[in-house]
Design a protein around this ligand. Sequence first.
Ligand code: KIV
Ligand code: NA
Length: 262
Amino acid sequence: DKKVTLNTIARMKGVEPITMVTAYDALFAQLFDGEVEMILVGDSLNMSFFGKEDTLSATMDQMIYHTQAVCNGAKKACVVFDMPFGTYITPKVALENATRVYRETCAQAVKIEGGREKADIVRTLSENGIAVVAHIGLMPQHVRSEGGYRVRGKDEEDIKRLLEDALELEAAGAVMILIEGVKAKAAKAVTDAVKVPTVGIGAGNVTDGQVLVWSDMFGFFEAFTPKFVKQYCNGAKEVREGLEQYVNEVKSRAFPDEEHSY
Ligand code: KIV
Ligand code: NA
């Protein structure tokens, strides 16, 4: 396999579903590399790795550090950097912060949450040579202002709104639309309308690709499990069983045995 570029991804629309997972460090990025086309360094790491209630307090410095780690492990996958809350409040601020991403990491695109109101930001970044993934639908960075995580696209009016958002973001230069937490009908309408690929999470099986948060899909994050998460491993259980065995063996002096001693 060779390096997956944004061109590779663009060509996959309508041909083959795009696979994407999150990663926050080199160890897991290396495990995922060569298996998935894309790796997202999501600000979800603020919850799953840093232990916060929501994603809002993630900083540029943290995200850059984790992206550098992912880049050390992922040599083939197309890496996407998730712009944290408050780092793209104006086109100028967004450009300054996104420029850092290209200068300091291997990320090939940045992701920002928002609809048509973010089109000028997407345009500024695109015109300055920075590729943008636009994240629409349920937007975790709005959890406080909206008082929770709201599934979108439940009626025709909202589907129309999401569709118009996607079209404006595409016109502004977005290279991909990430659609989170919407009814499949809405995700289908967007996917059919835009020429760029769509990647869904909690958006049904109608998008051009899928993304999941690795700690959710492998059963490590137990605080809560959204309906859309399928657990492909029972990570926490495996680790707990292994740890219990280790503790027992140390307590009983069964470990280290002859085989594991010099
Ligand atoms: O931060 C993240 O992991 C994300 C995904 C949920 C798409 O934005
Ligand atoms: Na995110």
